[in-house]
Design a protein around this ligand. Structure first.
Ligand SMILES: [Zn+2]
Length: 593
């Protein structure tokens, strides 16, 4: 319908009837279609003016037919119209954005990450997951330094990256290393800076950082290196010092806003947080430690203040070795799963339900307790059988535990959508067993950072076996599969890096470590959007661009579907809309109208 069908910025019923009748008369559409369009028009009249219209785009809706449309309109936080013509009522308050042919995808859903940890980092945590050279690090840190309140403020990067992708020579993927002391000083001459990989390092600091850390008992190499290790390392000592001196409620809230801004830059609009290792407030704490009982407070405060810009779902992590799992029991008695609003709500128990995954651990009993309470259990698997006769891998025991819980409460696994995440070493036999009880798998591309193909003597890949698992999901009654980051320690949050790994099998050094397991870009994006909506039990509201669903979308800086493989890592949002609100705007599109 053309623009001249509008009167005073509003459709009239007569305009629509005239057009529908003309179309029907021309034999283009039948009466059933005309009737449906009349209903659509009634609905539009009832809703009044659209709040926002995006047009002239390549909008991948990720609906059941993988439809690609050119325009969407949004009203009251939901998609009002998804199609090729902006028939929606435009009023004086309707904002219209010309996408100029850009690719748009649904807001990315990360069904397994640790954004709550990222929002509780000490110092001005500055993600390096998007750096692809030493020069990138210098640029990112220099830009951050320019925003700092004073010379004492720390720039920190706690996990989520690896020196493997900090290329000394941008054209040589094997040249990755930490920046030297001099290189860091050149980027950040005045403020202290500290970066560490993974849970416990190693790390690197600059001259300003080295002098502060040394003064507080941390051994720093003359080259600025900070040793990593377990259970106590120079990195974990540095981390404890930074936490104890820098963190306070206001700083945590600022850190939450920073974490949300980073998520919007990489297009992740909904996060299912999987908790932390319980902090001991000693130097044995690594990057993944926090207080599971208080770490959500700064996030909830940001939601209360109306400053939140993305959706958060919260799992509760329990890792007790006590066979009676008293804390888990209290959680199940005193908390509720899946309660909250569209912006923030609770999830299930995960990514741990007990300490250990073996006959000596309370895993099986904990699974039964979660089942009896009617909750969902989510666990992770990092193992594989090294030889056919070696000890069972963790996923084997976990699936047996799920089977035991399902025996106790028949149907609970399927009904509550229990999940095992990561599964680098899972086999077809065990996928089939999990499928039989309705269990599901969340896949992660974390091996991209530091994975290698020799991790196993049996399977010649680093995993997870994306191809085998997605093929399994396509069978009748197949398992459900999602894709997740497991950021922020051992993996980046950036979903495009995970999609790079899932579709190429290449690690950060450009080595093919996951051969014959690649999935297509369409499949990878589907896992990260539509399928993950299902994992959140919110498939009616999230995961695709369809009329009536929550209006979350990302306008990309390049076309995900056609760019060369390496450029996948450089995909960013230029505009992120969450609940119909522009939450991130890189200033590329004209959004003044
Ligand atoms: Zn995790």
């Amino acid at each position: 319908m053309a623009g001249n069908d509008r009167k005073n910025g509003r459709f009239t019923r007569r305009d629509f009837m005239r057009t529908a009748a003309a179309a029907a008369g021309a034999g283009v559409i039948g009466s059933a279609t005309a009737e449906r369009e009349r209903e659509d028009d009634d609905r539009r009249e009832q809703h009044g003016e659209a709040d926002l219209i995006l047009q002239n785009g390549r909008i991948h809706t990720m609906d059941a037919k993988n439809s690609v449309v050119s325009s969407v309109s949004i009203k009251d936080g939901r998609f009002l119209e998804v199609g090729h013509e902006a028939r929606t009522q435009r009023g004086s308050r309707t904002k219209i954005i010309d996408l100029r042919g850009r690719t748009v995808v649904p807001g990315i859903i990360d069904n397994h990450n640790h954004i709550v940890l990222m929002g509780n980092r000490p110092g001005f945590h500055t993600p390096l997951e998007n750096a692809l050279s030493i020069q990138d690090v210098q640029r990112i840190y220099a830009a951050r330094a320019a925003t700092l309140p004073n010379r004492d403020a720390w720039i920190t990067t706690i996990g989520g990256f690896h020196f493997n992708h900090l290329y000394a020579n941008p054209n040589d993927k094997t040249s990755g290393r930490f920046p030297t002391l001099a290189e860091l000083d050149a980027g950040v001459p005045n403020n202290p800076a500290f970066m560490m990989i993974s849970f416990t390092g190693p790390g690197q600091t600059n001259s300003a950082g080295a002098s502060v850390l040394r003064a507080h008992g941390v051994n720093v190499g003359s080259d600025g290196s900070v040793a990593g290790g377990f259970p106590i390392s120079e990195c974990s000592k540095a981390l404890l010092y930074l936490r104890q001196t820098l963190l306070n409620p206001a700083e945590r809230r600022r850190s939450v806003v920073d974490a949300m801004n980073h998520a919007l830059l990489v297009g992740v609009t909904t996060h299912l947080d999987q908790g932390a290792f319980q902090a001991t407030n000693t130097a044995t704490d690594g990057a993944a430690h926090e207080d599971n009982f208080t770490m959500h407070i700064p996030f909830l405060q940001i939601y209360d203040q109306g400053k939140a810009t993305l959706r958060l779902r919260i799992n509760f992590l329990h890792m007790e070795s006590d066979p009676s799992t008293p804390e888990l029991m209290q959680r199940l008695k005193n908390a509720f799963p899946f309660i909250g609003n569209d912006w923030v709500k609770t999830g299930g128990i995960g990514e741990f339900i007990a300490q250990g995954v073996n006959d000596a651990s309370p895993f099986k009993e904990a699974a039964k307790r979660v089942a009896r309470a009617g909750w969902r259990a989510e666990v992770h698997s990092l193992g594989r059988r090294n030889t056919p006769t070696s000890a069972p891998a963790d996923f084997e025991f976990e699936i047996q535990g799920f089977e035991a819980a399902n025996g106790e409460v028949p149907g609970i696994v399927r009904d509550r959508r229990w999940v095992i995440a990561h599964v680098p070493g899972i086999t077809q036999e065990w996928i089939d067993r999990l499928q039989a009880i309705g269990g599901n798998l969340s896949l992660t591309g974390w091996q991209y950072l530091a994975g290698n193909p020799t991790a196993s003597t049996v399977a010649p890949y680093a995993g997870p076996p994306f191809r085998m698992i997605v093929d399994s999901s396509n069978r009748p009654d197949g398992i459900h599969v999602g894709l997740s980051s497991d950021g922020m320690q051992i993996a980046p949050m950036n979903p495009w890096i995970h999609m790079y790994y899932a579709t190429t099998g290449l690690n950060a050094r450009g080595v093919l470590i996951n051969p014959n397991q690649q999935i297509s870009r369409q499949e990878a994006l589907s896992l990260y959007t539509r399928q993950n909506g299902w994992f959140l039990r919110e498939e009616d509201d999230l995961g695709s661009i369809e009329e009536g669903k929550l209006a979350d979308l990302v306008v990309l800086n390049s076309d995900y579907f056609t760019v060369p493989n390496d450029d996948l890592k450089e995909i960013r949002s230029v505009l992120t809309v969450v609940g119909g609100n522009t939450m991130f705007d890189a200033g590329v599109l004209d959004t003044r109208r």
